[in-house]
Design a protein around this ligand. Structure first.
Ligand code: PMP
Length: 398
């Protein structure tokens, strides 16, 4: 037995794809032309799988702020937040995020993964219980596994099942950490947060919501599902990322619990990694401001999402249950999904190919994400690329 034996299934899939001349997980962006167009693997494509929801990656004000920080503060902090890596910009961004969410406390992390994994692994520990939505992101699963707490999964988006699981815990439910997302990353469906909060109020526990895909998307001010559902006061911890709507990299946690200020020094993904570069912090701060100043971006995003969703539906594709900036087409047959991904690229649309176990079921997904920066004509071109798949011989796609 070799250490490598367990990787054989992966090695086989990789060889199979290589032989077919398709490398969906290593597609190279050779030239980035705009937030919505690039040259990928030699093809000029419309980017329809980037999570660049508000299209802010080339925003002149963000670029200027990043360039200024780069010139004045250098390329990196070269240290952890707890050592030499806390600059004035990190603290300013923490204050600005806290103010935006109307919360007292905020921690900024180097990535969204560090934020979600860090909170999930630290808040509960051995002897505690974490109850999480079964479709939670890998970073949350990694965190809860590291925590040493007892892990209970409840059926995706099913508040009644959450209630049942908490009831079974008896008195322990009062000390449970409940974890859900806002908009789910793969299918784009939203958590029924008002129902989940109602269960939490009855059974006790603390609630953590990962709003990675809902920051800037939902609620009157773009604060996410918690704002849209009117339950922000009942959410104990909101975590999220700068790598999607804010067009950079990094993560955050906001809360009204004063304990968060001490807890930050127990979160290993905060302590044992270098802090975000000054240029990243600078562009994120501007993006956060622009997101608030330009609600029209959110409206454009939803118009585009609706256009893509309706278009794919009328072409006969099996799409996500809810309109959302994440629009996923479900394909049962894995090989056909790979072929479709490749054909879409050739026809000028880059989407994400998601295969099990990354997809929530045994099906594969052609996962699209729309941007406020897409024009309606670009959405139509994505739809034309999808329409060309339907003309193929394989009805499984429908
Ligand atoms: N949570 C969710 C729900 C995500 O989808 C992601 C990224 N895909 C993360 C956390 C991690 O964020 P980042 O990629 O910015 O590290």
């Amino acid at each position: 037995m070799s250490l490598f034996d367990k990787f054989q299934p992966l090695i086989d899939i990789r060889a199979e794809l290589e032989q077919a001349g398709v490398m969906p997980f290593g597609a190279v962006t050779e030239k980035i032309l705009s937030p919505t167009e690039a040259i990928v693997d030699g093809q000029r494509v419309i980017l329809a799988g980037t999570n660049n929801y508000l299209g802010l990656t080339f925003e002149p004000e963000c670029l200027e702020a990043a360039q200024r920080a780069l010139a004045e503060q250098g390329t990196g902090t070269t240290g952890s937040r707890m050592a030499n890596g806390t600059f004035a910009g990190h603290l300013a961004l923490e204050q600005e995020l806290a103010a935006f969410f109307g919360k007292q406390h905020c921690i900024v992390f180097s990535t969204g993964y560090a934020a979600t994994m860090g909170l999930a692994s630290t808040l509960a520990g051995p002897g505690d219980v974490i109850v999480l939505d079964a479709d939670s992101h890998a970073s949350l699963y990694d965190g809860v596994r590291l925590s040493g707490a007892e892990i209970v999964r409840f059926r995706h988006n099913d508040a009644a099942d959450l209630d049942k699981r908490l009831r079974r815990l008896g008195e322990r439910s009062a000390n449970t950490l409940i974890i859900v997302e806002g908009i789910y990353s793969m299918l784009g469906d939203q958590a029924p947060l008002a129902d989940i909060v109602e269960v939490k109020k009855r059974r006790g526990g603390l609630l953590l919501v990962d709003e990675a895909h809902s920051l800037g998307m939902l609620g009157e001010h773009g604060r996410g599902v918690a704002e849209a559902a009117g339950v922000e006061d009942e959410v104990d911890f909101i975590v999220g990322t700068f790598s999607k709507s804010l067009g950079a990299i990094g993560g955050y946690c906001v809360s009204d619990h004063a304990e968060l200020e001490a807890i930050r020094f127990a979160i290993r993904s905060y302590i044992f990694t270098a802090s975000p570069s000054p240029s990243v912090i600078a562009s994120t701060r501007v993006a956060l401001r622009l997101m608030q100043e330009r609600p029209q971006l959110r409206r454009r995003l939803w118009d585009n999402a609706q256009r893509l969703y309706d278009g794919l539906k009328s072409l006969g594709f099996k799409v996500s249950p809810q309109v959302s900036p994440v629009v996923a087409v479900t394909i049962e047959d894995r090989d056909w999904a790979i072929a479709c991904w490749s054909r879409l690229l050739q026809r000028g649309a880059y989407v994400n190919l998601v295969m099990p176990p990354a997809s929530p079921t045994t099906d594969s997904l052609l996962r699209c994400s729309v941007s406020a920066a897409h024009t309606p004509a670009q959405i139509d071109r994505i739809l034309e690329a999808f329409a060309s798949l339907g003309a193929g011989d394989k009805q499984a796609v429908k």
